[in-house]
Write a new protein. Structure first.
Ligand SMILES: Nc1ncnc2c1ncn2[C@@H]1O[C@H](COP(=O)(O)OP(=O)(O)OP(=O)(O)O)[C@@H](O)[C@H]1O
Ligand SMILES: [Mg+2]
Length: 351
């Protein structure tokens, strides 16, 4: 529209990393303005968000796993994609309004990062959610591209770079060159599967039921993908419910056994990386010998994971700066260049 040129600077433009675990919003010129869990509390059996639509994010996460019978706390995204459309919309609406303020004449333009593997139907769901949530214009940006931009990789240059974004629901592996994805793979194995592996281990070995949040805490405190020569093996006390007696109980676990429990998801992630490398054109592969692999996403913070990927591939493997905000920062940088980039982005007209 002709007036967009004049209104553009007035409207709030935002980049959204709509993640399985966390949603981050970055605003042009302001950086990251919101970072909350992707959780919504609803009345059981309905899509009615509690507290008049305000039980979203941190408020809702506190309710997760501790909710009385009539309330459920849901994560509307599963494996990186929208599994509950209405609730995702309510969540986006809450986050967008929180950032733009209540009374606005003009909806924001938003760039939303999506996993590279999602289907047209899933893309449509993201679009519709953003539009119903008040966005004036929506652009989709593939998560690996956003991560590469956020990590400062030379993704638009004629040299290959590789990003591995390990989130909660999906791991995205991509080799990029000249602002495009040359090879990529998206596997639905990431941080959540590590938590599940720990839950399964506790059941199998100790007959102890633990919750998702406890499993995540174990992973972050003592979990690892490889032994670290600089850190000693440790122990941790864990509380849960005995599967036989049904009563609360505690037990002590070691970092070695958690490493063992995590080996399956870790191996799956590493295999996705090596498969992608095997498919790369020789010229691109040659560039990667120089440029190495960059890891992003919260899952990349698992101790020893970079070492394991380096061993498996023979390539230099480093963590991006602040891996958890990499994608959101990438969407914000994209926004700054939107006039240049927007033709290459998917927008409503394409779907
Ligand atoms: N220090 C840590 N060690 C290991 N894992 C961690 C650490 N910190 C966070 N994580 C894990 O990172 C995951 C969340 O990462 P992130 O916020 O990048 O995911 P997301 O973007 O919401 O998910 P997706 O991209 O799959 O939709 C969670 O599984 C969390 O447990
Ligand atoms: Mg993510």
């Amino acid at each position: 529209m002709w007036y967009e040129r004049f209104l553009g600077p007035l409207g709030v433009d935002m980049g959204i990393d709509l993640g399985t675990c966390n949603t981050l919003v970055a605003v042009r010129g302001q950086g990251i303005v919101l970072n909350e869990p992707s959780v919504v509390a609803v009345k059981k059996g309905t899509n009615q968000v509690l507290k008049g639509g305000q039980a979203v994010g941190w408020v809702a996460k506190e309710m997760l796993g501790k909710t009385p019978g009539s309330i459920t706390a849901v994560r509307p995204l599963k494996d990186g994609v929208i599994s509950d459309f209405e609730i995702t919309e309510a969540m986006l609406h809450y986050f967008i309004t929180k950032v733009t303020g209540r009374v606005r004449m003009l909806g924001p333009r938003v760039v939303i990062s999506i996993p590279s593997g999602i289907t047209a139907v899933e893309k449509r769901a993201v679009f519709d959610s953003a539009e119903h949530a008040g966005a004036r214009k929506t652009y989709l940006l593939e998560e690996p591209i956003a991560a590469a931009i956020g990590a400062g990789l030379p993704f638009a240059e004629p040299t290959a770079s590789m990003i591995v974004d390990i989130g909660g629901g999906t791991t995205e592996v991509a080799i990029m060159s000249l602002a495009d994805i040359a090879n990529c793979e998206s596997v639905r194995v990431a941080g959540d599967d590590m938590d599940e592996a720990i839950i399964a281990h506790m059941k199998r070995t100790y007959n102890l039921m633990i919750g998702e949040q406890t499993a995540e805490r174990i992973k972050i405190q003592i979990g690892s993908a490889a032994p670290d020569p600089d850190t000693e093996e440790t122990q941790m006390e864990v509380r849960g419910r005995d599967m036989v007696s049904g009563l609360p109980r505690k037990t002590t676990i070691t970092s070695e056994e958690i490493r063992e429990a995590l080996s399956e998801p870790v191996t799956n992630i590493i295999e996705a990386v090596t498969r992608t490398l095997e498919r790369a054109e020789p010229e691109l592969a040659a560039d990667l010998v120089e440029n190495g692999i960059t890891l992003a996403g919260g899952g990349s913070l698992l101790r020893g994971l970079a070492i394991r990927i380096k061993e498996a591939t023979g390539l230099d493997t480093t963590l991006a700066e602040d891996p958890l905000t990499c994608v959101a920062r990438g969407t914000a940088i994209y926004l700054e260049n939107i006039e240049v980039w927007k033709d290459t982005l998917e927008n409503n007209a394409d779907i």
